[in-house]
Write a protein that binds this ligand. Structure first.
Ligand SMILES: *Cc1c(COP(=O)(O)O)cnc(C)c1O
Length: 845
């Protein structure tokens, strides 16, 4: 391993990376060596790079421990209202560098590793991503945890410890293949198992009437074992907890086989129960009604609620209240946020515990439940909305199904009282859909069972009120709010783009790290040639670094002088990667038609995973790979145009590529992308956006001004109007010769000479049943791309726009988002106060 001293120095410039004085560096080396010896049982003759990574991770973890314990003690002593974020997904990525940054010990660690002759970046790269999420929804949960800790909230993330996270994507012969993500293979230094706090969760069984009450009996039990993960706040000595549940079979599982003498089979069958937390469902924006997934959702809710109620009952202000009147204070002490409907069984589960177990009246239990719960909607796509068959619920959770019927009965009485004689409205608003097989609409359950419902960007929250949940908005308008998404500036600038962070800090200091709105101070330098040069230099370095990575890992040579044009996100028809492909083919055809004409060089990178069962998304990947093969090997093209499909897009890859982007593609059909957060990461890192007026793009444009973003295409209202009028793809196809050629090339096998029909399904979608109106936006998109080229030729103008993007991105900090949730939903106040620092010998000061 070789280390360049200049690399280390680069990472030291920002003072918040901590002080690498002799004492701190000595402490780090001491604890690193101790862990190598005592924890990993290796000496430096036989230690592998992975051993060094683990020794380092444990040494860094040592610095978390006292802060973690003391934070939790502090919460017990001060007994604030607790915030519980419930999510089936946490897309965390790596923890090592994030922990060092938030603890302010990066410089000391860097120096210590340097003195030990170890390459810190090589060690960091050994850590597996915690890929317990699919895309934006899971990454949002991860950014929120960072912000909640940074804002000093007594917050907990609850979720599932999937043994296998999101699959690893391998591209073989231009097609996606999936490999299991065995992320725990070498152990996870960031988690602490808590087998002593195991909690039983019940499934199946039947409901028994006892007097006036009900009881759920004859159930099968599975245990939930908690694994605690530290969530350090930035520079405030706060360490919150993310508690992930893992399924454990009870000791007496399948004992009836045991009695029959089949002891071996009984032991083998313990796997069945433990399968509940085996694997993350790899769908993004798509509901898949599998029983195992329903079990995961309930398992998480049931274990979490027992934990919440236990913590509530043993909390300082409640413990002395011995009877059930303690629950009068529940919603003053507990806020539960549901990340989409995935954890919405928390609503009937809380009711069940309060009524059946704690003996509260229905009315009281309902009041508490609604005051405690709040629901975040993440999508308006009908195929993504959870609608569980009643038959499945009746079998797996019979008591919950009864409770849902009772909620529905009372809910429909309210509807009837406010809108008499409106049977159609009652049918539309029912929690139970009666057409076809009976299903429970989990969004309806979540709205009725929550005191606040929020969308994740202004336009999305408006669509919720005026369109998909219009009836519910008319019933309870006061419930509906907007909370525009955000991203954590720690990971998405300070960590992933240290050179840009330094350039910014030199101009305006370091306050932006927790007060991102301070980036607005950079606006005064937007036209400053010296500052423009510095920004350009950083971007160029990041582009070179990515080019090196692509050459080393994927054997592709790219032109670092070209526009780095990126679209990275889950592959989905609504996100319109296919529209990007139409543009690529258009550029290719233009080069072929006129090889001598001036051309603004571009490297177009597309990355993202397709759900394994999503046929069309996989075809789109294959098309992009096929186009890439043709374009990249055509001597007429040279280094004017390169097309690269980035394999295995994940948090770690996002951190590498986003800082290198010139152009960010955010081109979903207006009205379909709830918010997007990838768009914000690019903006913060100085890429310009080409995008539709969809999701948070609308607010990004508002913040930076339309002159700093390439907006194109139909508005949401125009899309609605087109739907009403009837969309005729052929009219666009027939009236634009460039477009016609492109679609014909897809349908006639131009990119798949060995199998001319390979992409016929895609051209058929485009011309016959395209729900996302690609051809309607094609012309506007191409024109906007032409303007991008023209603008790029004027580097002064481009850099001015890039600086305006960075300077206008303050709103999109998840600190702002969480502050709004805290004040307007949870009823708690953020705190910028620091907890006192611990002073154990393991800690760097
Ligand atoms: C931010 C992020 C996303 C979300 O991207 P969108 O463009 O908003 O869909 C998805 N995956 C990863 C790995 C991310 O970091």
């Amino acid at each position: 391993m070789s280390v360049l001293k200049s690399d280390i120095d680069k990472r030291k410039q920002i003072s918040v990376r901590g002080i690498a004085d002799v004492e701190n560096v000595t402490t780090v080396k001491k604890y690193f060596n101790r862990h190598l010896h005592f924890t990993l049982v290796k000496d430096r003759n036989v230690a592998t790079p992975r051993d060094y990574y683990f020794a380092l991770a444990y040494a860094v973890r040592d610095n978390l421990v006292s802060r973690w314990i003391r934070t939790q003690q502090h919460y017990f002593e001060t007994d604030p209202k607790r915030v519980y974020y419930l999510s089936l997904e946490y897309f965390m990525g790596r923890s090592l560098q994030n922990t060092m940054i938030n603890l302010g010990i990066q410089s000391a660690i860097d120096e210590a590793m340097y003195q030990l002759g170890l390459d810190i970046e090589e060690l960091e790269a050994i850590e597996e991503d915690a890929g317990l999420g699919n895309g934006g929804l899971g990454r949002l949960a991860a950014c929120f945890l960072d912000s909640m800790a940074t804002l000093g909230l007594a917050a907990y993330g609850y979720g599932i410890r999937y043994e296998y996270g999101i699959f690893a994507q391998k591209i073989k012969n231009g097609e996606q293949t999936e490999e299991p993500d065995d992320w725990l293979r070498y152990g996870n230094p960031w988690e602490k198992a808590r087998p002593e706090y195991m909690i039983p969760v019940n499934f199946y069984g039947r409901v028994e009437e006892i007097g006036k009450g009900k009881k759920w009996v004859d159930t099968q039990v599975v245990f939930a074992m908690p694994y605690d993960n530290p969530i350090p706040g930035y520079g405030n000595n706060v360490v919150n907890t993310m508690r992930l549940w893992s399924a454990k079979s009870p000791v007496d599982f399948n004992l009836k086989f045991f009695n029959d003498g089949d002891y071996i089979q009984a032991v083998l069958d313990r796997n069945l129960a433990e399968n509940i937390t085996r694997v993350l469902y790899p769908n993004d924006n798509k509901f898949e009604g599998k029983e195992l997934r329903l079990k995961q959702e309930y398992f998480m809710c049931a274990a979490t609620l027992q934990d919440i109620i236990r913590r509530f009952r043993t909390s300082k202000s409640i413990a002395e209240i011995k009877d059930k009147s303690a629950f009068d204070k529940f919603s003053d002490k507990v806020a539960i946020q549901l990340n989409d409907t995935h954890p919405s069984l928390a609503i009937p589960e809380l009711l069940r515990v309060l009524v059946d177990v704690e003996g509260l009246s229905w009315e009281k239990a309902w009041d508490i439940t609604v005051k405690t719960c709040a629901y975040t909607n993440h999508t308006v796509l009908p195929e993504a909305l959870e609608r569980w068959p009643v038959s499945l619920l009746e079998n797996l959770l019979p008591r919950h199904m009864e409770i849902i019927y009772q909620i529905n009965y009372l809910h429909l009485q309210n509807v009837l009282a406010k809108f008499p004689d409106d049977m159609d409205r009652m049918r539309r608003m029912s929690l139970i859909e009666e057409d076809g097989d009976k299903r429970v609409n989990m969004a309806h359950l979540s709205i009725v069972g929550s005191h606040v419902v929020n969308g994740v960007a202004f336009i999305h929250s408006e669509i919720i009120k005026n369109d998909i949940f219009r009836d519910f908005y008319q019933l309870t308008p006061e419930k509906f709010q907007n909370k525009t998404n955000g991203i954590t500036p720690r990971r998405w600038l300070l960590l992933c783009n240290p050179s840009l962070a330094d350039v910014i800090a030199e101009k305006i200091g370091e306050g932006w790290i927790i007060h991102l709105e301070q980036l607005a101070q950079l606006k005064q330098y937007a036209k400053d040639p010296a500052f423009q040069r510095e920004i350009a230099k950083v971007k160029q370095e990041n582009k070179m670094k990515l080019a090196q990575y692509l050459e080393k890992e994927h054997n592709v040579k790219i032109n670092p002088g070209s526009i780095f044009d990126m679209q990275v996100k889950r592959i989905h028809e609504y996100k319109r990667q296919l529209l990007n492909a139409l543009h690529i083919i258009t550029l290719y055809n233009r080069i072929k038609k006129n090889p001598k004409a001036k051309f603004t060089p571009r490297t177009i990178m597309i990355g993202g995973k397709a759900a394994p069962g999503y046929y069309t998304a996989k075809k789109i990947i294959k098309l992009i790979c096929s186009i890439s093969k043709v374009v990249n090997s055509d001597p007429d093209v040279g280094d004017k145009l390169k097309v690269i499909f980035l394999e295995n897009y994940r948090v770690t890859l996002a951190e590498l590529i986003i800082p290198a982007a010139d152009l960010s593609e955010q081109i979903s059909t207006a009205g379909t992308e709830a918010s997007g957060t990838g768009n914000m990461k690019f903006m913060l890192n100085g890429a310009l956006t080409i995008g539709t007026l969809d999701g948070a793009n609308v607010e990004m444009a508002e913040e930076m001004g339309n002159e700093n973003i390439f907006i194109f295409g139909m508005t949401e209202r125009e899309v609605e109007a087109l739907k009403k009028k009837g969309y005729d793809a052929n009219s666009y196809y027939n009236s634009n010769p460039e477009l016609k050629l492109v679609v014909d090339q897809i349908s006639n096998g131009f990119f798949s000479p060995d199998n001319p029909d390979e992409f016929k399904d895609l051209s058929d979608i485009l011309l016959k049943w395209d729900r996302f109106f690609l051809l309607a936006d094609y012309e506007a998109y191409i024109k906007a791309q032409d303007l991008v080229n023209e603008t790029y030729l004027n580097q002064t103008k481009w850099l001015e726009m890039a600086i305006m993007n960075i300077a206008s991105s303050g709103k999109f900090s998840s600190d702002r988002t969480i502050t709004e949730y805290a004040r307007e939903i949870w009823g708690v106040e953020p705190s910028y106060e620091k907890l006192p620092a611990p002073h154990e010998s393991a800690d760097i000061q």
